[in-house]
Design a binder for this molecule. Structure first.
Ligand code: SAH
Ligand code: SF4
Length: 352
C-alpha cells in the first residue's frame, strides 16, 4: 500500500482522514502541531503520541515526497534548493532573507516545467512535465523552514511566500489554492493571506475567480511587454488573452478586492527596454491601483537574453514615477547561484 503524504491535509481534513482510520480528532491536532509548529516530521519523535499510534502512522503515512538533491548558498545569503521528486523530476525553490526588514521569503514552484513557453524563461525550455501535488508545494516550504531554523524551529520564521518559481500557478489552480489554505491555517504555519503572492502570466479566468473569492492574497502579473505585438512574441499566452482582456480582468480584480496589483516587467536588452516601451507602459497602467516591479533580466544563454545597463531600469522607474505610477527595481539576489527560477534545473539537465 502506498503511504499518504500528510502535508496535503489542512487540520479539518486531517481530522476527517484520521477519523476514517479510527484515530481520534485531538490526535490530528497534535500531529499538525508537531509538523507546523515544531518542524517534527518523523513520527517516533512526536513524543506525546502512544507507541501503537506511532506504529499506525508510520505504516500509513509519510512526509517524504521531496529529497534534497542540491543546495547552493549565495554570498548575499540567498539559498537555492534543488529537490528530486519520487518520480525523479527536479524542481527548485529559493529562500530569500531580507534580515534588515525581518522578512524571510520563499519562492516556490507550482509545476515541473511550464507549458506557457515564454521566450526569456529557462523554466519553459522543455515544456510542462506535470503539476505539483499539494504536498509537494507544502513540503518545499516546510523543509526549508526546518533547514533555516537555528536554535529552535521557526527562528527565523518564514514570513512571505511567492509563487514565482517554476510553473504557471493558475494552471495548477486547485492544488495551489489548497496549499495556500494550509499555509494560512491559524493552527499551522499561520502565514497571512497578505503575505502570499501568486504570480501569473495572465490566465484571466483564474484572475476573475480569485477576484470573486475576495481573499486578501497578493496578485502579480508578468507583463514584460507593453503592446500586443511584442507580448505575442515574448509570451505566447498573449495570443489567447490579449492585453485588453488581461487589463479588463485586472481592473475587475482591483474593483472587487481593492488590492493593489503588481506588474512584473523583466527588462531585456534590445527587446523591451526602449523609451517607446516606457511610454506604452505608462499609457497602459496610468491611474490604476498598481505597482511596477522592474526586473533586470537574468541572462539565459540558451535563449540569448541579456540584461540592459543599470541606467535603463533607473530611466523606466523615473518615467513611471513621473506619471504617479509606483515602481521599484528588484534588488538582485543570488545571481552567482543561478537563482532565477528554472535556471539551476536547466543547467543540471544540460549537464552544467
Ligand atoms: N509563471 C508565472 C510564475 C513563475 S515565473 C509567471 O510567469 O508569472 C516568475 C517570474 O520570473 C515572472 O515574472 C517572469 O517574468 C520572471 N522571469 C522569467 N524569466 C526570467 C529571466 N530570464 N530573468 C528575470 N526574470 C525572469
Ligand atoms: Fe512559464 Fe512564467 Fe516562465 Fe512564462 S515566465 S514560461 S509562464 S514560468
Amino acid at each position: 500500500m502506498t503511504k499518504k503524504n500528510l502535508l496535503k491535509f489542512n487540520l479539518d481534513d486531517l481530522k476527517k482522514e484520521f477519523k476514517g482510520n479510527n484515530i481520534k480528532g485531538f490526535r490530528a491536532k497534535q500531529v499538525f502541531n508537531w509538523i507546523y509548529r515544531n518542524g517534527i516530521i518523523e513520527f517516533p519523535k512526536m513524543s506525546n503520541l502512544p507507541q501503537d499510534l506511532i506504529n499506525k502512522l508510520t505504516k500509513n503515512y509519510e512526509i517524504a515526497d521531496l529529497n534534497l538533491n542540491k543546495k547552493l548558498i549565495a554570498k548575499d545569503g540567498t539559498q537555492k534548493y534543488l529537490w528530486k521528486t519520487k518520480d525523479d523530476n527536479l524542481l527548485e525553490s529559493v529562500f530569500l532573507p531580507y534580515e534588515e526588514e525581518n522578512r524571510y521569503s520563499i519562492c516556490v514552484s507550482s509545476q515541473i516545467g511550464c507549458s506557457i513557453g515564454c521566450k526569456f524563461c529557462a523554466t519553459g525550455l522543455d515544456g510542462l512535465t506535470r503539476d505539483l501535488t499539494v504536498s509537494e508545494i507544502i513540503e518545499q516550504i516546510l523543509k526549508i523552514q526546518i533547514d533555516i531554523s537555528k536554535e529552535n524551529f521557526g527562528n527565523p520564521k518564514i514570513t512571505n511566500i511567492v509563487f514565482m518559481g517554476m510553473g504557471e500557478p493558475f494552471l495548477n489552480y486547485d492544488n495551489v489554492m489548497k496549499a495556500v489554505s494550509i499555509l494560512n491555517d491559524k493552527k499551522g504555519f499561520n502565514i497571512g493571506m497578505r503575505k502570499i503572492t501568486i504570480s501569473t502570466s495572465g490566465i484571466i479566468e483564474k484572475i476573475k475567480t480569485l477576484a470573486e473569492k475576495n481573499q486578501q492574497i497578493g496578485l502579480a502579473i508578468s507583463l514584460n511587454a507593453p503592446n500586443d505585438q511584442l507580448r505575442n512574441k515574448l509570451m505566447p499566452i498573449n495570443k489567447k488573452y490579449n492585453l485588453d482582456r488581461l487589463m479588463e480582468a485586472v481592473n475587475y480584480y482591483i474593483r472587487k478586492t481593492n488590492r493593489r496589483v503588481t506588474f512584473e516587467y523583466v527588462l531585456m536588452k534590445g527587446i523591451n527596454d526602449k523609451e517607446i516601451h516606457a511610454e506604452q507602459l505608462i499609457a497602459l497602467l496610468k491611474n490604476k491601483l498598481v505597482h511596477v516591479n522592474l526586473i533586470p533580466a537574468n541572462p539565459v544563454p540558451e535563449l540569448d537574453i541579456k540584461r540592459p545597463k543599470s541606467n535603463v531600469a533607473q530611466y523606466f522607474k523615473k518615467r513611471l514615477e513621473d506619471n504617479n505610477i509606483s515602481a521599484t527595481i528588484r534588488v538582485e539576489k543570488g545571481t552567482n547561484i543561478k537563482a532565477a527560477c528554472g535556471q539551476l534545473r536547466a543547467s543540471y539537465q544540460n549537464g552544467g
